[in-house]
Design a protein around this ligand. Sequence first.
Ligand SMILES: [Ca+2]
Ligand SMILES: [Ca+2]
Length: 194
Amino acid sequence: MGSTNSTLSKIPNAGDLMQETGFSPAHIVRLYDRYKALDKDKKGHLCPQDFGAIKELAMNPISDRIIGAFFSSGQEVLDFPSFVRILAHFRPVDKNRPKDPNSPEHINSRSNKLKFIFQLYDQDKDGKISRQELLQVLRTMLEKQVTEEQLESIADRTIQEADLDRDDAISFDEFRKSMEKVNIEHKMSIRFLR
Ligand SMILES: [Ca+2]
Ligand SMILES: [Ca+2]
């Protein structure tokens, strides 16, 4: 594919990026085109407002949090490699991709996917999902479908089930255990990655 290669050669460190994320050349090129298209006024980077153009995100009730995850540590600009690294969390787990024991875990491993989801809840980044943090997400996702009373009882039940050390919050370990039987792949798919 000549056009893939010519676009690829314009992307700085495309090779390293593919190695790190597991994206194929065709994927990287598609993401690059997408990145360029989102950067409407050709700033050379993306800002949170640019993400408003992603329809499937706009329809997601927790889109603000997902967009926030792209702009971690209060940054307002996102470059292409960071864009690709975040999106790599959404790739399906590669069952056949060799894992070098000396290199860090694949970005799209189940554990990293869970960490990504966990941080959407843990907004104060103290490593725990408090009852209040859980309620905020539930309220956003279930708004108008259930009463505040029902929301509170869902939050209480969720915490009771997951909270093994009884500190009224869900640590990452507790979260991971509570998600053991849950298929997270379909919850974390973005159409334009396919
Ligand atoms: Ca927290
Ligand atoms: Ca706990």
